[in-house]
Design a binder for this molecule. Structure first.
Ligand code: CTP
Length: 412
């Protein structure tokens, strides 16, 4: 059996490597075996970084995790119903699951789970490249278990399901296959592609929440447009929601979003806003409901639609900066960014950019407390003066503290 100790050593920090050794040793003392599995093994073999490690335990995963957490001062979350535990420190997160086999009673439903060994656990997985394990027991630390020839498919750059019923059992694998294919620049193996297309109908048996989860994972990819375009070409998008499309228009704007936005955490929301921009107003609520979208996503989609209605106003000639500011200040910044990128109106775009890059940073030096010190009581009058100060600053009628004070005296 091949030993991949050197690959583990190259991929993981010394701290993490020591921890995996400890887990292997502790498991052995308990008469159990622990394995690194899934995406982490794939990424180690591909030399890609991955700090979300999954472990499978032939034994009691929660109890093992509890022992490791108490010996190392890690935070621990358990889900007794699923037999899973999460260990976390500031540098990594480790999910432990009791090795299991799964059977699907109904397509699209969650599987029935039974305790099993590591080979059962690998056989329940989605693709060959995700169905490998690395032994953590001291006597075989680093040995690779690859019963489904995942290494071969990694070398050939292929996404291959483990058996012909895979997509039927779990149609979310359709979206996962596309996501991995596009992320890794792989190809769907030909039979896998054929079965994927054959099972598209199965997507209608999956709950809205599970579909949304998969779409959110796509939006969190480095280049989500690749998976969206591929999903469109395979007929997947049409099955999910007929007016969703992945094309050149979208790709160009997603690229722009990445170029213009330094904060990568905001990107999924900006991408979603760009997607929502193309929907007609009457489709917005249907789109949100179709995927029972999480709160943040529903807010972005709705906000994008509201902002689109403001575009005509933003094209008005001679708008003062303060007018632009007040029209946009209640909108979500990610929606403003998304619409600024998606819109074809150069006048509106210019003003959205002006708001994002300049107006939001304009602040007054005087605040409510300073006005109190100047003898202005809290209340309507103070609110009026604060707004007048802000507007004067935005419109560059005043530019420093002295001028702010003069304006206050004038208004008093
Ligand atoms: N898995 C599966 N079928 C699913 C979901 C997950 O078989 N529908 C298995 C795969 O073996 C996968 C592992 O569970 O590798 C962990 O799931 P997840 O964290 O979603 O996958 P990663 O490969 O770690 O994903 P990523 O690289 O996107 O984090």
């Amino acid at each position: 059996m091949k030993n991949y100790y050197f690959k583990l050593e190259a991929a993981l920090s010394p701290e993490l490597l020591t921890l995996l050794r400890n887990i292997g040793k502790t498991a052995m003392k308990r008469g159990e075996s622990a394995y690194l599995i899934g995406g982490a093994v794939r990424d180690i073999l591909l030399k890609r970084g991955n700090l979300d490690l999954d472990l499978s335990v032939e034994g009691k995963a929660i109890s093992l995790a509890r022992q490791i957490a108490s010996e190392n001062d890690f935070s621990l979350k358990t889900h007794p119903h699923f037999g899973t535990a999460k260990l976390q420190s500031k540098n990594f997160s480790l999910d432990l699951v009791t090795a299991r086999s799964e059977t699907y009673e109904r397509p699209g439903a969650l599987p029935k789970v039974q305790t099993g060994n590591i080979y059962d656990d690998l056989a329940r997985r989605d693709f060959t490249i995700n169905a490998m394990a690395i032994h953590l027991s001291p006597d075989s630390f680093g040995e690779l278990l690859d019963p489904h020839n995942g290494q071969h498919d990694l070398a050939k750059k292929l996404i291959r399901i483990l058996h012909r019923k895979s997509f039927k059992d779990d149609p979310t694998r359709i979206l996962r296959a596309i996501r991995y294919e596009q992320r890794l620049d792989f190809h769907l193996e030909s039979e896998t592609e054929e079965l994927l297309q054959h099972n598209l109908e199965g997507l209608s048996t999956v709950t809205a929440e599970r579909l949304w989860h998969e779409l959110e994972l796509i939006l969190n990819e480095e280049k989500p447009e690749k998976a969206i375009i591929r999903a469109d070409n395979l007929g997947v998008l049409h099955m999910l929601y007929p007016s969703l499309s992945g094309d050149d228009w979208l790709a160009k704007r997603f690229v722009k979003a990445r170029r213009s936005n330094a904060d990568s955490l905001a990107l999924p929301a900006i991408y979603l806003s760009i997607i929502a921009y193309r929907f007609k107003p009457e489709e917005i609520e249907k789109f949100v409901a179709r995927f029972k979208m999480a709160g943040w996503a529903a807010r972005i989609v709705r906000n994008t639609a509201r902002l689109k209605k403001d575009l005509a106003y933003l094209e008005t000639a001679g708008l003062r900066p303060s007018q632009i500011y007040h029209r946009l200040k209640h909108h979500l910044p990610e929606a403003v960014k998304g619409v600024a990128i998606a819109s074809d109106s150069s006048a509106a775009k210019e003003r959205l950019q002006f708001y994002l890059h300049d107006l939001v940073y304009i602040k007054c030096e005087l605040d409510g407390d300073s006005l109190l010190d100047m003898g202005i009581p809290q209340g309507e009058k103070m609110g009026h003066i604060l707004k007048a100060l802000k507007d004067a600053r935005l419109d560059l009628k005043i530019t420093n503290l002295e001028e702010e004070k003069n304006l206050v005296y004038k208004l008093m």
